[in-house]
Design a protein around this ligand. Structure first.
Ligand code: ZN
Length: 429
């Protein structure tokens, strides 16, 4: 069903439905914010999952709790509990899955309000995780309920999941759900991840990440006769110099065609996460030439850069140092690779969402991509669902800040966009 086929009457019924359910949605969100699901270490996940699960059940979903059995982060003290709800329509397909992570980052300093009180002031709700991204969870659950209360019945199937550990990679969350078949192309056509993107922005994907470790190996000797040894630190310094003065300027010329926000993140980049080597900083110092040193790097790469090239560029630099100095011994180790993902702008999901944004906000949808990654990588790479985007209330700029807030009106608007999108994608009886 195309947007134009949704009658004005249906459109109004959806808007009224969301307006009428607004107070319930906001008090549910307050309850959810008051459960301090802080990650790390992954506090009170079970309570968080059960709060979402109870609400889904009350609204007619069949619910299941999925614990990440067998993963090392799933411990008795901090169990990794996800929740899944399914509301079958008249037909199994199409099927629209809303996913939101309910873990939040630690509070940090600088708060002027109680981070878990969910207080409302001047039309904003304050609290850790309000924008990132408990408001998104509330919006998608109540968007679908608003349709039902408006007396409409969806033809296709709706699913909602609340997942854990997004802030630490999502392995016990969305990745696990996908591996266990709760999310997958055999059952899902569309996935909307309700991360904060503002009311009119659609995140099509994210850049790639390559974390790697370079270790240089020297030869130990007495520090008073350094010429007898080979300093691993000197060799690391040579490589770091190359990274700063050759590689960085080269990366700064590579720009993606994808509308990454903020725009400065449209360029390839590299950052040094850590350096190590020689004597421990706080230990007793002895005169030694360091035989081992190294650094850990965070390279962000573009859709236009094949990973083999990204890794090859680093390996080539190292080989060049070795060619110039046979005593330059090193190892290169991959720590983490996240490939970039990007959903086709012209697919049904994106176009339908864009039309709903246009109708509900009276502004054009903005297409963007995230400078960092989020759970879309698992949906695309493990669940193999190609039509996946992020859309939800709140501002990415608010995420992880002190005094994090979300504008209540934006939650209502996003819920209307989600409801209209669901009606358009799944059809009505
Ligand atoms: Zn998030």
């Amino acid at each position: 069903m195309a947007a134009s086929e949704v009658s004005a009457k249906t459109h109004d019924a959806i808007c009224r439905g969301v307006d009428q359910i607004q107070d319930e949605m906001i008090s549910f969100l307050q309850e959810l914010v008051r459960v301090p699901t802080v990650n790390p270490p992954g506090e009170v996940y079970r309570e968080g999952a059960e709060l979402i699960g109870r609400q889904l059940k009350e609204f007619g979903y069949e619910t299941s709790y999925i614990t990440a059995e067998g993963l090392k982060e799933h411990t008795p003290a901090h169990p990794r509990v996800n929740v899944f709800g399914q509301m079958k329509g008249i037909t199994d397909r199409p099927s629209l899955h809303f996913n939101g992570h309910f873990d939040v980052v630690p509070v940090g300093d600088g708060w002027t309000r109680d981070p878990f009180a969910a207080t409302i002031e001047d039309g904003r709700m304050y609290g850790r995780g309000v924008s990132d991204q408990k408001a998104g969870i509330a919006a998608s659950i109540f968007a679908i309920e608003a349709i039902r209360r408006a007396g409409l019945k969806l033809r296709g199937t709706v699913e909602q999941s609340g997942s854990v550990d997004e802030e630490s990679g999502g392995f016990a969350g969305v990745a696990y759900l996908a591996q266990q078949g709760w999310l997958g192309k055999d059952k899902n056509d569309y996935v909307i991840i309700t991360e904060p993107t503002d009311t009119n922005r659609i995140y099509l994907g994210h850049r790639g990440v390559y974390w790697f470790k370079v270790t240089t190996h020297g030869r130990i000797a007495h520090g008073s006769m350094p010429y007898l040894g080979v300093s691993a630190i000197d060799h690391l310094a040579d490589f770091l110099h190359g990274v700063t003065h050759e590689l960085k300027p080269r990366l700064a010329t590579r720009k993606t065609e994808i509308p990454v926000e903020p725009p400065k993140s449209r360029y390839a980049s590299i950052n040094v996460n850590a350096v190590f080597g020689g004597q421990p900083e706080k230990g007793t110092q002895t005169p030694c030439v360091a035989d081992r040193s190294g650094a850990i790097f965070d390279r962000r790469f573009l859709t236009e850069e094949p990973f083999e090239q990204v890794r090859g560029e680093i390996a080539e630099m190292l080989e060049q140092y070795k060619a110039e100095d046979p005593e330059f011994q090193y190892t290169l180790e991959d720590l983490m690779v996240v490939h970039p993902v990007q959903t086709d702008k012209n697919c049904d999901l994106v176009q339908t969402l864009a039309e709903s944004i246009q109708q509900m906000t009276k502004t054009e949808a903005v297409y963007a991509a995230s400078p960092g990654t989020y759970d879309q990588k698992h949906v695309v790479r493990i669940a193999n669902v190609a039509q996946c985007v992020a859309y939800g209330p709140g501002l990415l700029a608010q995420a992880h800040l002190p005094d994090e807030y979300c504008v209540i009106e934006d939650i209502v608007t996003s819920a209307k966009v989600m409801a209209l999108t669901a009606v358009q994608l799944l059809g009505l009886e």
